[in-house]
Design a binder for this molecule. Structure first.
Ligand code: ADP
Ligand code: MG
Length: 691
């Protein structure tokens, strides 16, 4: 076993066909070892097995292959452009044309009558018969029977073509196959599903004889990846279910009515449902691990307050951790009045806080005198201890690492944990990437909100958008202008600093402008946000630090420059900064004149439903782009795709549940491969090392 690993580490330069020049090119693609090359799977194939008869060329739609003998050539040059048209007849005697057009194709003067050729490319039909626009070709010997293959296509780079990668794989294939890594797929499952062995699967993806064979092998890899992902989640879930040290809280029968009575408005149905789900979890001695997902403005703060209330009624403390000071202080500001009627006191813990304030907070939390701590990661500091921490709430959970979240929980004894996010993620995706969390979705906005009107405009109309901003400011409102980068030169994109200077001096010389970006200190940020919140700034120019949770009800216009840079879900979040007050709010998405962004941005102009937008984002960009996926196992998926392969995921998840239920330590020899793979993952290692 160990010997095998050593071989796998064999350097890429040890392989046949790789020299000192090409080795770095492979490394640039992340292929540093022989095994990494084995694991570098093609993403598609060119099917060169069959030549299409000339009479049927152009029917297929995609690229097609043809074989024939040249009967005439027409060629000309226009500057360095070569235009070569060869007339051919196929083996049945039917004519077709092969056409090369382009620079540096090196085909001028190359073909002559009687030559036998293989050509591949997009075919089209006209009155003159079928024409293949040649992408690849090969010369065949006279009378040579054509026998083509499936050609794997690898993700390549500018300097390293897929052909080169394919050639190296082909040359070294048998050696590479001996380096197959641990196989997470139990033999029993592989047999039951009639999957090939791992070795066979690698051979089949790199050198398939037919598409079905490659497809079947790919499915095996997809299944194995999902099985690993789902087993990891299942192990964490099982581990939590075994932990009976959480405090089982009692819910007084009238508590929800009491809570609702203290609010100036009625709870939405979705809020009631989420509160019920959370409270139900908290009545168990198994620690809650729930994700509360809801669009901006859906009223999650209030749900968090209900969880805090239940904890406090049972004599337990709560801690709420948010990723930035702005967000944390806003949470504190919103939670305090909700909790005040119940006599629940709140302490803030921020990095920028003075020693005196910090010491006072620390003392009250340690003694249990304060029921709630709200803060940033400063809460994780050593020396901040709780008397009885029963509830940990983590806002924008994907902005914290696994380890930071664990550190907050470690301040109590198996506290109930509530994660919150304002990034709507489609339910299917959320359930798979956060498989060890239970899910509560707030899919209903409080009544009476006027939808934000959204426009997508080209950059050449920017000045008109700014005139619109000025008009709204004259009406007494405020505006955000979001630019992507901080300083000029970082990227070609509009920079917040440069745009700020231009706006201040040229565009809005009479308005009060503020600048907010991530390089300001916490104190500077708070100062700017504070002034914007008090209405002392008319237009806030900002990077995306303003993205999450910031709440200034008087702001009614949001302009996003270079909107093409962002995912729809992120734009939707940015847009959520406005529309928080009574006034009609607007969002203007600015994209480059030469951009083809309209279709994508249209989605936002038509919908205000975060979940619908997320579905669309998922369809257009795939799951990798979702905030939070990088923090979860989904980032480790190399072959599988949570959208395309969702059916396989369901299947693999069911298998993982059975495995973990029957063999929670993965001690069965048939689970040894799965165990080995999971032992290498930090989040599951500790769960498997026997205690
Ligand atoms: P989120 O954190 O989900 O973005 P908040 O909790 O900040 O949303 O709530 C947004 C606004 O909606 C707040 O001003 C809050 O007071 C208000 N709100 C929350 N729930 C309701 C409700 N059921 N009816 C009316 N307004 C509500
Ligand atoms: Mg909020």
């Amino acid at each position: 076993m160990t010997g095998r690993h050593d071989n796998g580490a064999a350097d890429i330069s040890d392989l046949a066909g790789i020299g000192s020049k090409t080795a770095p090119l492979f490394r640039d693609l992340g292929i540093g070892s022989a095994r990494a090359l084995l694991e570098y799977l093609p993403f598609r194939y060119d099917d060169l097995r069959f030549a299409t008869p000339a009479t049927r060329l152009g029917e297929g739609g995609g690229e097609e292959n043809a074989v024939g003998t040249v009967i005439g050539v027409k060629e000309r040059r226009v500057r360095d452009l070569e235009i070569v048209e060869a007339r051919l007849v196929d083996d049945d005697g039917s004519p077709f044309t092969a056409k090369w057009i382009g620079r540096r194709r090196f085909v001028y003067g190359r073909f002559h009558e009687g030559m036998r050729l293989f050509v591949r490319g997009r075919a089209e039909r006209s009155f003159a018969g079928p024409t293949v626009n040649v992408a690849q070709y090969a010369q065949l010997a006279p009378g040579q029977q054509y026998r083509g293959e499936m050609i794997p296509v690898y993700r390549a780079s500018k300097d390293l073509a897929t052909r080169k990668i394919a050639a190296v794989v082909r040359k070294n294939l048998s050696r590479l196959l001996d380096l197959a890594p641990d196989d997470p797929l139990p033999r029993s499952i592989a047999r039951q599903r009639k999957y090939p062995t791992l070795r066979e699967a690698y051979r089949s993806v790199h050198a398939p004889e037919e598409p079905e064979e490659a497809q079947r092998a790919r499915e095996r890899f997809v299944f194995a990846e999902f099985l690993t992902l789902a087993s990891a989640a299942q192990l964490r879930r099982a581990d939590r279910e075994r932990d009976r040290r959480a405090r089982a809280l009692r819910v007084p029968p009238s508590l929800l009515d009491e809570f609702a009575a203290a609010l100036p408005f009625a709870l939405t149905g979705a809020q009631r449902r989420a509160i019920r789900e959370i409270w139900d979890d908290m009545t168990r001695d198994v620690p809650m691990n729930r994700l509360l997902q809801g669009d901006v403005g859906s009223g999650k703060t209030l749900i968090a307050a209900a969880a805090v209330l239940l904890a406090a009624r049972n004599g337990m403390q709560s801690a709420l951790m948010a990723p930035t000071e702005i967000l944390a202080s806003q949470h504190a500001g919103k939670l305090a009045p909700l909790l005040l009627p119940f006599g629940i006191g709140l302490e803030a813990v921020f990095g920028s806080q003075g020693t005196k304030a910090r010491n006072a907070a620390v003392a009250k939390l340690a003694s249990g005198q304060a029921a709630v701590a709200v803060g940033t990661h400063a809460l994780l500091t050593e020396g901040i201890d709780f008397d009885r921490l029963g509830l940990a709430i983590i806002d924008e959970q994907h902005r914290f690492g696994v380890e930071q979240r664990a550190r907050l929980r470690a301040k109590g004894t198996s506290p109930h944990t509530l994660h919150m996010t304002a990034t709507p993620i489609p339910r299917t995706l959320a359930q798979s990437i956060y498989a060890d969390l239970d899910l509560s979705i707030v899919d209903e906005l409080p009544p009476g909100r006027t939808p934000i009107e959204t426009f997508a405009v080209r950059a050449s109309r920017l000045e008109r958008a700014y005139a619109f901003v000025a008009r709204n400011v004259e009406l007494g409102h405020q505006a955000y202008i979001v630019a992507p980068a901080i300083e000029e030169g970082e990227t070609a994109l509009t920079s917040a600093v440069a745009e700020f200077d231009r706006l201040r001096t040229e565009v809005f010389p009479r308005l009060r402008l503020g600048l907010l970006h991530g390089r300001l200190s916490g104190r500077e940020k708070d100062d700017v946000m504070g002034r914007f919140g008090r209405g002392e700034i008319d237009v806030l120019v900002s990077t995306t630090v303003v993205e999450v949770g910031v709440d200034v009800p008087n702001a009614s216009v949001m302009v996003v420059l270079d909107a093409q840079r962002y995912g729809l879900a992120q734009l939707h979040q940015l847009r959520g900064r406005v529309g928080r007050g009574a006034a009609q709010s607007f969002c203007v998405l600015v994209y480059p004149d030469d951009g083809e962004e309209t279709e994508r941005l249209e989605v936002l102009t038509k919908s205000n439903d975060g979940f619908l937008i997320a579905e669309e984002d998922l369809r257009l960009r795939g799951p990798g782009e979702f905030a939070g996926t990088a923090q979860s196992g989904a980032a480790e998926l190399r072959v599988a795709d949570l959208v395309r392969d969702i059916e396989i995921y369901r299947d693999a998840k069911a298998a993982a549940e059975t495995i973990v239920a029957r063999d929670p330590k993965l001690a069965d020899p048939d689970h040894a491969g799965l165990r080995a793979v999971l032992e290498r993952q930090p989040s599951t290692r500790a769960l498997l090392v026997s205690s």
